[in-house]
Design a protein around this ligand. Structure first.
Ligand code: IPE
Ligand code: IPE
Ligand code: MG
Ligand code: MG
Ligand code: MG
Length: 294
């Protein structure tokens, strides 16, 4: 993304993640090496960016938000490691490198994912903050669990597996995508909104933005599986077709999927109109999500 502040934030997140794994008591243990391998392999850092930018646009402190923003990224990385397992999507490449289980073995990959998930919760529970009250912190933890567990991402992953090769309607596919990918993206925005001390109407608007953006993110991921390039994506293109996955291009075709994505971008931008936006970064992020090439 070509905005200097966004580039700077990605660097700050990357630095914070490197520091996170610098705990000398833990290094060299195979579990920590497996966790670090996938987290530090790269990635767009979209979820922490959303947390940070939502917080920033509301006038919140970026310095204090950085540590919190790592939580959705660690949780997301766990989901990628598990998503790639032979029993799930059976992928060989992720973030431009061999998948976690290819390097560390299946058992370590599963356990690295497990530990990344609990680390995420631990971060929200304990990251220092000058004025965050405990009630809000508990809400943040509760929402992270809701977004990622049996009502969110994990449910979406089960729906995704069940749906492969089966008949599907658009409403159900929307629900699947909202769960497997949308819920954590929506959460990442809400986390930033809470850190930025959003009032009730700002929280509602940012939630609407996060909801549209989360669905948009997965629709574009579906499109990139068809139109993208494995080298650029850092993961194997064409997997969804191979595995007969339920995707938007499969269900409604490429052209209609692009239009659907454009409509979701408009919805996301519409949700921002009443919000204070010094730098219009949330709009830039939404445009990026729609037009990204990886
Ligand atoms: C890929 O997520 C998996 C989905 C939830 C669609 P990203 O496209 O955000 O992957 P990274 O974090 O940049 O590697
Ligand atoms: C991934 O969906 C969703 C989660 C990891 C929760 P995909 O299976 O489409 O993601 P990619 O394409 O492998 O990144
Ligand atoms: Mg999958
Ligand atoms: Mg996959
Ligand atoms: Mg995909």
């Amino acid at each position: 993304m070509k905005h200097p502040l966004i580039d700077q934030l990605v660097d700050r997140v990357d630095d914070a993640l490197v520091n996170y794994f610098r705990d000398k008591d833990l290094t060299c243990h195979p579990l920590d090496r497996a966790m670090e391998y996938s987290v530090l392999a790269g990635g767009k850092r979209m979820r922490p960016l959303l947390t940070l930018v939502a917080c920033y646009e509301l006038g919140g402190s970026l310095d204090e938000a950085i540590a919190f923003s790592l939580a959705p990224e660690l949780l997301h990385t766990y989901s990628l490691i598990h998503d790639d397992l032979p029993s799930m999507d059976d992928d060989d490449m992720r973030r431009g490198k061999p998948t976690n289980h290819k390097v560390f073995g299946e058992a370590n990959a599963i356990l690295a994912g497990d530990a990344l998930q609990t680390e995420a919760i631990q971060i929200i529970a304990s990251a220092p903050h000058s004025h965050l009250d405990d009630e809000k912190r508990i809400t943040m933890i509760k929402e992270l669990c809701l977004a990622s567990g049996r009502r969110g991402m994990v449910a979406g992953q089960v729906m995704d597996m069940e749906a492969a090769g089966k008949e599907m309607d658009v409403d159900r596919l929307v629900k699947l995508h909202q769960r497997k990918t949308g819920a954590l993206i929506r959460y990442s925005v809400r986390l930033g909104a809470m850190l930025g001390n959003a009032d009730e109407s700002q929280l509602l608007d940012l939630t609407a933005y996060g909801q549209s953006l989360g669905l948009l993110f997965q629709v574009v991921d579906d499109l990139l599986d068809v139109e993208g390039d494995s080298g650029l994506l850092g993961k194997t293109a064409g997997k969804d077709v191979d595995q007969n996955k339920a995707t938007f291009p499969k269900l409604i075709g490429l052209e209609a999927s692009r239009k659907f994505a454009d409509g979701l971008l408009d919805e996301a931008l519409q949700a921002l109109t009443r919000l204070p936006q010094q730098e219009k970064l949330l709009g830039s992020l939404a445009n990026y999500v729609r037009h990204r090439e990886y």
